[in-house]
Design a protein around this ligand. Structure first.
Ligand SMILES: [Zn+2]
Ligand SMILES: [Zn+2]
Length: 291
């Protein structure tokens, strides 16, 4: 890809992991203990990324049913951590920050009765804002390679279609690669995001092997992935969701002013209020009969 061409092996790499901690996701409803092992895998993976190069950077965000929060770097600076024997202190700090902030998030989250979808699109937007902020703070001349990895067991959400599309195209413009690791469902919308930004999409066949899949597929930087034997890319379903019912459609009506998509014709665009003429069915012309 042309966007990767200017990077060198010495460039720092920023990895932002968005991990879904919403208790409504299928895998956590079936087995609530799975969150613990997912977080352990994500922490080990994040530390592996930091170990790769001394200049590498890491951020971990948790996406919950009521919002998203940074788990690392810690929003509260006053985290006291005791040194563990035999573990590099920086890795201990990353691990403890993630676990402490996640437990705070779960403790303070409102109880849910029905299933609520994860605010994944908002979490991705937060990750992008963070990347742009870190990029701006870099010394001039540094080329910061950045990517986002989503680890989720949630279903696709056509309700967040607009936010997703805004995030995908902003990521493409900012040269941020979006990788998706789905633990349970096929995610059509997020597949589109991977395809747009040049990332990798993987549906994990077995949750037990999560860390192995993460290390094998998502640890190598996007620029060197073409040299590795990775699973072939999936065929992307490029259907759009209509703005009226948020359902995926094959054929629809598009507003010629604001490009909103609708599954049925409506004389007034609900997004930009443009008024359209009701299409009149064309009658076949009567042939004049020569006498
Ligand atoms: Zn509709
Ligand atoms: Zn419109």
């Amino acid at each position: 890809m042309s966007t990767m061409a200017e990077t060198t092996p010495d460039d720092p790499s920023l990895l932002v992991i968005c991990v879904d901690s919403n208790p409504s996701q299928g895998i956590l409803r079936r087995n609530p203990d799975a969150l613990n092992s997912i977080i352990n895998c994500v922490t080990a993976f994040g530390n592996a990324h930091l170990m790769h190069k001394p200049q590498n950077k890491l951020a971990v965000l948790s996406c919950h049913h009521n919002g998203s929060k940074f788990l690392y770097p810690s929003p509260e600076k006053s985290l006291e951590i005791r040194q563990m024997d035999g573990q590099y202190e920086f890795f201990t700090f990353v691990e403890k920050s993630i676990k402490f902030n996640l437990s705070e998030l779960i403790k303070n989250a409102p109880k849910i009765v029905n299933n609520v979808e994860s605010m994944l699109a908002g979490c991705l937007a937060m990750a992008l804002c963070y990347i742009v902020r870190v990029k701006k703070a870099q010394p001039i001349g540094t080329n910061l390679i950045s990517r986002i990895l989503v680890v989720t067991g949630s279903e696709d959400s056509a309700h967040q279609y607009m936010t997703y599309m805004n995030v995908f195209f902003t990521a493409q413009k900012e040269r941020v690669v979006l990788d998706i690791c789905t633990l349970d469902n096929t995610l059509v919308l997020l597949q589109q995001g991977c395809d747009i930004t040049g990332g990798h999409y993987l549906k994990v066949p077995q949750l037990d092997g999560l860390l192995q899949y993460l290390l094998w597929i998502f640890l190598p930087e996007p620029s060197i992935r073409s040299k590795l034997a990775l699973p072939p890319a999936v065929k992307v379903d490029y259907r759009a969701a209509c703005f009226c019912h948020r359902e995926l459609i094959d054929i629809g009506f598009v507003c010629s002013v604001c490009l909103s998509i609708f599954c049925k014709f409506s004389p007034i665009c609900t997004t930009c209020s443009t008024v359209f003429k009701v299409p009149v069915p064309i009658k076949p012309k009567k042939k004049k009969i020569k006498t």
